[in-house]
Ligand binder design. Sequence first.
Ligand code: CA
Length: 224
Amino acid sequence: MRILVVEDERAIADFVGRGLESEGYAVTCVHDGAEGEALALTGRFDLLVLDLMLPGRTGMEILQSFRVADRETPVILLTARAEVSDRVAGLDSGATDYVTKPFAFEELAARIRTHLRRPGQEKPTALKVGSLEINLLKRSVSRGGLDIRLSAREFDLLAFLMRHPGQVLSREQLLNGVWGYDYDPGTNVVGVYIAYLRRKLSVDGLEDPIETLRSVGYRLLEET
Ligand code: CA
């Protein structure tokens, strides 16, 4: 993971840079805003740490031009305690977070760890729809808190439905997404497995979570 630190106060840049290197990051520190902006725009970094008051270009200017090119990469602003309005403007301009000076290194390191594993960048390991919960790593399933045992194919079918809650999925989409067929084998395998799933997911007091839309497909209900 590569981090760019743009901070003109050398003492701060040094302690941040050394600390992050000791945590295993590859760190580039620069002390000038224009240089920082040029480096940020190379797209080589996984996260930026920007001071606001910089010679050359301000942290806010760097943030704004960076966000035109890149909306995803996390940007953490370093702000002075008095700069509340800058902080708000920074978040409005697409900063991911800010750390108020003076700060302990551990505080900044914790924010960096958090933002480098944002949910959008990582595949979810658990899904929840209504009363249904599955864990994709453990391949475990529960409904209304009760554990349910499914075969591998049943699990794949349920996981596919849970990735598209409330959406009508055609037989062809299910054949493709769950069985990997790009043609219709002309069997009723989807209908058969939907019936297996329904039976295993049936829990006293809870409705059938799968709706059949005749000659259209199936839909996993979002509220059951
Ligand atoms: Ca500064």
